[in-house]
Design a protein around this ligand. Sequence first.
Ligand code: LIP
Length: 251
Amino acid sequence: MMQWQIELDAAIEAARKAGSRLREIAETELEVISSRGRDIKLRADQESEKIIIETLGGVSDIPVLAEESGESEGFRDSECGWMIDPVDGTLNYSRGIPPCCVSIGLWEKDNPVLGVVYDFNRDECFYGVVGEGAWCDGKEIRVSGREDVSQAIIATGFPVNRDFGENGLQRFLNQAQKFKKVRMLGTAALSLAYVACGRVDVYTEEEIMMWDVAAGIALVLAAGGWVDIKRSERLVHARTVFAAASSSLQV
Ligand code: LIP
């Protein structure tokens, strides 16, 4: 049996259960709990998170960091931690824009271990274990292997915690101009899954929250990609992430 198989199976089960409930909820009226700044919270985020935490709790006592409920007891002192985004791409989900997903990662301190990203609208499940491999619905996936920036697609986003100040936008423009195409899917987790399977070549975002990217980073590494992660000076659970098919795409 592959290392981390039990945890991987539990994460896939949790993501699928939550995703199927999210598909049901999308058919009815979506309840907005709060809409502050650039962020939006739905009742569905909370419901999905509860399903995930209960399912994972059935097979492991690993503490969690989750978007809605924050850190569970013992998270900071634990070797391992689940990182959960019950709906990544909440705004897309709330407006019926298809790209959105459930994202569940497992990390050992600062090292990604495994990731599951479930696109419940397409019923497409990406999963992988670092050092073991990555798959989409049973089929092995690899990063594109592209090395020429002028031929590469970069996916990015503007995180909820950042302003849209000129410095940040200028940095983005300087980077974007070097690539063939730019995509903003509205979900960091799915963007990273797309790097892992070669649909896009790079994902980058400044000060993105860990629950948005933990699973996707694990997927990119498991699929043979390259990742650079920098801690945020302002936010304990935020990181600046550059994940790519190859280190030569770093600009
Ligand atoms: C979203 C990210 C997206 C980012 C948004 C937001 P949420 O996550 O995945 O890439 O640009 O600001 O953080 O809030 O939908 O889970």
